[in-house]
Ligand binder design. Structure first.
Ligand code: PDD
Length: 297
C-alpha cells in the first residue's frame, strides 16, 4: 500500500506536499478561524453532527460566512482516500479561516471566500498496560481569552501550557483561573469524589467537549451523582480519582498532579467503569450508524 497523505483544501483533494495557503490568509495573520477534530471508529464517525454544530456556532460567533456544503462528505472522503477505514480510531481535522485579504484588523471590506482545510490521520491510543499505570499532570495558570467556548485556532496559551507539561515530564496540564481547575490544554477535566463525578459547567471558560457531554450522559446513566460546578484546584488533592476526556484523549486517568498522588495513586474504579462504558458505547453508536447507512445503500 502506498502511503499517500491526501488533504482537502478549498474544494480540492491533493497531496499534503502540494497544498498551499497564501501568506495573507487571516488564519496565518490573526488566528482568525475555527476548527474541529472529529474521531472515526473503524471508519465510522462518532457524533459528527455535534462537532459540525459546534463549528457552526463558532463560525456564527466570528461571523465567518461558510455554508458548510459538502462538509460531511469531505470527512468521509478523507478517511477513504487515506485508507483509514480499517483503523481502530482516526481523526479528521477541519479548519475554516475567514480567508485571504490585505491585512486590516477589521473584517475585509470586500467579502472573501473562507479558506477550508482538512486532513485525516490515524490515532494511536496508549497500550492497555500504559493506561493501567495512570498518567500525570501539572497545574498551570489559564492565560486564555474570555471566549474559551469557541474552538478558535488561536491556541498559544494552550500550546505554552502543554509545552510546560511536556517539560515537566507529564501528559496533561490543568488550566487554573481564579483558583478553579477549568479543563486541560486540549481536553476536559473530571474529578471523582466517591460516587460523585464533578466537572466545570459548560460556560465561556471552557470548551464544551463532545466527549465531555458523552461522558456526562454515561455517568448519569450509570447512576453516579453528577455535578457540573467549578472545582477549586485545592479540592483536586482530595479527589478519589481524576480523569481527562477529549477526542484525542478518550478517557485518561490521572493519578498524580504536581507530584501529589490522587487517591491511592492507582487508576480508580469509577474511571475504569466510565472508560469501559465509553469504549463500549462508542463502538455501539458507530455500528448503529453503519446499519442505518446500509439500509439506505
Ligand atoms: N481539543 N478543551 C479544549 C481546550 C480542547 O481543545 C478540546 C479538544 C477539548 C475536548 O473536546 P472534544 O471532546 O470535543 O474533543 C476540551 C482537540 C481534540 C484538539 O485541539 O486537538
Amino acid at each position: 500500500l502506498i502511503a499517500v497523505d491526501t488533504v482537502y483544501l478549498n474544494g480540492e483533494y491533493l497531496p499534503r506536499s502540494e497544498a498551499r495557503v497564501p501568506v495573507d490568509d487571516r488564519g496565518f495573520l490573526f488566528a482568525d478561524g475555527v476548527y474541529e477534530v472529529t474521531p472515526a471508529y473503524g471508519g465510522r464517525f462518532f457524533r459528527l453532527r455535534r462537532h459540525l454544530d459546534r463549528l457552526k456556532a463558532g463560525l456564527c460567533a466570528l461571523r465567518i460566512d461558510y455554508d458548510g456544503a459538502g462538509v460531511e462528505e469531505l470527512h468521509h472522503r478523507l478517511v477513504e482516500l487515506n485508507g483509514l477505514g480499517k483503523e481502530e480510531v482516526c481523526t479528521v481535522y477541519l479548519q475554516v479561516t475567514r480567508g485571504v485579504a490585505p491585512r486590516t484588523h477589521h473584517f475585509p471590506p470586500q467579502p472573501v471566500t473562507p479558506t477550508v482545510y482538512a486532513f485525516a490521520r490515524a490515532f494511536r491510543r496508549p497500550p492497555r498496560e500504559r493506561w493501567e499505570q495512570g498518567f500525570s499532570a501539572i497545574s498551570h495558570p489559564d492565560r486564555r481569552w474570555a471566549r474559551c467556548d469557541l474552538k478558535t485556532v488561536g491556541l498559544l496559551p494552550n500550546v505554552l501550557a502543554q509545552q510546560a507539561a511536556v517539560e515537566a515530564g507529564v501528559q496533561d496540564a490543568i488550566l487554573v483561573k481564579d483558583g478553579m481547575a477549568l479543563e486541560g490544554a486540549h481536553n476536559n477535566l473530571f474529578a471523582v469524589f466517591g460516587e460523585t463525578v464533578a466537572t466545570h459547567p459548560a460556560s465561556n471558560q471552557i470548551l464544551n467537549g463532545i466527549t465531555r457531554e458523552y461522558v456526562l450522559e454515561l455517568a448519569r446513566g450509570m447512576g453516579y451523582r453528577v455535578e457540573e460546578r467549578p472545582v477549586p484546584v485545592e479540592q483536586l488533592r482530595f479527589a478519589s480519582e481524576l480523569f481527562f476526556t477529549g477526542t484525542t484523549t478518550e478517557v485518561r486517568p490521572t493519578v498524580e498532579v504536581d507530584g501529589w498522588k490522587i487517591g491511592d495513586g492507582k487508576v480508580g474504579p469509577v474511571t475504569r467503569a466510565i472508560h469501559h462504558a465509553f469504549l463500549d458505547g462508542v463502538r455501539q453508536e458507530t455500528r448503529g450508524q453503519e446499519r442505518e447507512a446500509a439500509a439506505y445503500g
